[in-house]
Design a protein around this ligand. Structure first.
Ligand SMILES: NC(=O)C1=CN([C@@H]2O[C@H](COP(=O)(O)OP(=O)(O)OC[C@H]3O[C@@H](n4cnc5c(N)ncnc54)[C@H](O)[C@@H]3O)[C@@H](O)[C@H]2O)[C@@H](O)CC1
Ligand SMILES: Nc1ncnc2c1ncn2[C@@H]1O[C@H](COP(=O)(O)OP(=O)(O)O)[C@@H](O)[C@H]1O
Ligand SMILES: [K+]
Length: 514
């Protein structure tokens, strides 16, 4: 485990800090160290912003009553000595002791301090040290008004630890919250910063590593923490690279995709192209007979199985080639573009004992059949990949405000690995082990990009499922790979230039970088 993978709640962070202080590290010394690192990072970022804000020497510091405010006051002092023009806004009647001492010292240095909003002159930047992980209730009255007032300035805001007003664990807005352009997350990633509802508030987030000993992290989170960020380290351990020099095509996985209908033929192509990029040994794709020629023309290497179809153009019957049944495949991915008319097919694959990914219409069908009763029957690996709408259909009783809790509950109820798609995709296994994909791009918010993910994940699963791997690691690796391809494509083509087909062309490039 690396520190970049660790995700903590407020309570866990408090326990970790408590151990450090109990071991003898003085609180004031740690605050000095943390604030020094923040000041350095601020100065580096300010330089990068110089093109937009040429002078950029006037900084407003928003100070709260706790140690988040203390951090901000040390930053104020540091910037003051580095030649910035600094003003402090501090509206609280009572401060924690250490914070109060720093406040007194800042005043003694002649740094102007104000309690009234309108006294603070217009600054080039704001540094937000109102609340950190100690925020415990809704922000109201004067403090809420202040946050809204500073948001309206539309100036770059650098938040210390997390934007004031966000719930440290759920990322929920408690009344109102600072809309930061940059967030300096202190020590370890707070869970709230990786939740979708926080994204509009945190801007660019950076981890300020202040050397928390790994032993203290393990002591609080356990040897293997339950909730982690996906990083390259996980991915490298999971990818089927390097290939064995004596492998052959049937040893490199045989994936069956079941997808498409006359109405949604494109989804089948995109799923196939996603699977192709995974490096799968053998790829079979079952589609309605009428779209077989289309699939052959796009995926000449795949075995396209044309199936009898319903009047509506959905697969009516899985007609596999002679001497083949479902158990001939290492994994099955089923769903994109099927339409609900393919219900019997979905029932058939659920009754098989092959590792299975269910997506899109397959999920809608499972929801109709009864999610929990249908999935609990399965004896082998099942992966569900819903977006929020599909998740709600599958699990109407699960509240998804806290997406981490939501996937954990869904996985535990069904025995499946559940991947909840979105800007911050979250994945849980039935025991509650969670991966969060914290690097992605809104460029992926386009029809068809989920189909690409299903194919890619299917291809990966088929290649590694018989090896010693955790299924949730495979699912997380696919999600990471998919997002990184989006990021790479967006960097070259802008966020508007990443259609699902283009995305498939960038998948391979991600591997070149690792
Ligand atoms: N002490 C240190 O050396 C370190 C400090 N850190 C900083 O310390 C912060 C945590 O400090 P604290 O535990 O003091 O907590 P905070 O500074 O986040 O805030 C707690 C204070 O805010 C008040 N408060 C909470 N909710 C409120 C509301 N809705 N309206 C008005 N007042 C409210 C509380 O009564 C308390 O006085 C971290 O976020 C971080 O910035 C650490 O990250 C690093 C080490
Ligand atoms: N704002 C966003 N930021 C990052 N990724 C996103 C965003 N919106 C959607 N995505 C990703 O794009 C994909 C969309 O999948 P899905 O909704 O199933 O689309 P479709 O069914 O049309 O293929 C998912 O992998 C999801 O995580
Ligand atoms: K803050």
């Amino acid at each position: 485990m690396t520190k970049e993978q660790v995700i903590v709640t407020a309570a866990q962070m408090r326990d970790i800090e408590g151990r450090i202080f109990a071991a003898g590290m003085p609180v004031a010394a740690l605050m000095e160290k943390v604030a020094g690192l923040i000041s350095d990072s601020f100065a580096r970022r300010r330089q990068r912003l110089q093109a937009i804000i040429p002078q950029g020497q006037r900084v407003g510091i928003l100070v709260g009553p706790g140690h988040n405010g203390g951090d901000a006051l040390v930053v104020a002092r540091e910037l003051h000595f580095r030649g910035y023009q600094v003003w402090i806004y501090q509206p609280f009647p009572k401060l924690k002791e250490l914070t109060s001492q720093h406040f007194q010292y800042a005043q003694s240095l002649g740094i102007p301090c104000f309690q009234e909003l309108d006294k603070l002159p217009n600054c080039d930047f704001l540094i937000d040290g109102l609340f950190g992980f100690g925020l415990e209730r809704e922000i109201t009255d004067t403090f809420a008004a202040a946050i809204n007032y500073f948001n309206d300035w539309n100036k770059p805001i650098f938040s210390i630890d997390l934007p004031s007003g966000l719930h440290t664990d759920t990322g929920e807005v408690l009344g109102t919250a600072i809309r930061a352009t940059h967030t300096f997350c202190l020590g370890l990633w707070k869970q709230g910063l990786l939740q979708e509802q926080a994204l509009e508030y945190i801007g660019q987030a950076e981890l300020i590593d202040f050397d928390i000993p790994l032993a203290d992290i393990h002591a609080v989170l356990g040897e293997v923490p339950k909730i982690k960020r996906i990083t390259k380290t996980t991915v490298i351990q999971t990818l089927p690279l390097p290939r064995s020099p004596i492998t052959h095509k049937y040893k490199a996985g045989h994936l069956l995709l079941i997808c498409g209908s006359k109405r949604y033929a494109g989804g089948a192509i995109l799923t196939g192209l996603g699977a192709r990029a995974s490096g799968i040994g053998m790829l079979s794709i079952a589609v309605p007979e009428s779209i077989k020629p289309l699939l052959v023309s796009h995926l000449p290497e795949a075995l396209i199985i044309g199936c009898p179809e319903t009047e509506t153009g959905a697969i009516s019957n899985l007609e596999l080639p002679e001497k083949t049944d479902l158990s001939s495949f290492t994994a099955i991915a089923c769903g994109p573009g099927l339409t609900k008319d393919a219900t019997p097919i979905v029932e058939q694959v659920i009754n098989s004992e092959v590792p299975l990914i269910l997506d899109a219409d397959a999920l809608n069908i499972v929801a109709q059949l009864g999610t929990i009763s249908t999935l609990q029957k399965r004896q082998t690996t099942t992966v569900l990949t819903p977006h929020t709408g599909e998740f709600h259909r599958l699990f109407p009783d699960i509240n998804y405000t806290d997406r981490v809790k939501a996937v954990q509950t869904a996985a535990s109820q069904t025995g499946a690995v559940v991947l909840l798609k979105g800007a911050r995709t979250a994945i849980s296994n039935p025991q509650g082990v969670v991966w969060i994909n914290s690097e992605s791009t809104p460029a992926l918010a386009r029809g068809g990009s989920g189909d690409v993910l299903t194919g890619l994940m299917g291809g990966l699963l088929a290649q590694v499922v018989n090896k010693q791997v955790n299924i949730e690691d495979v699912v997380a690796t696919a999600a990471w790979w998919h997002s990184q391809a989006g990021i790479l494509a967006a960097a070259e083509r802008t966020e508007l230039g990443v259609d699902a087909f283009t995305l498939t062309q960038y998948l391979m490039r991600v591997l070149l970088d690792i």
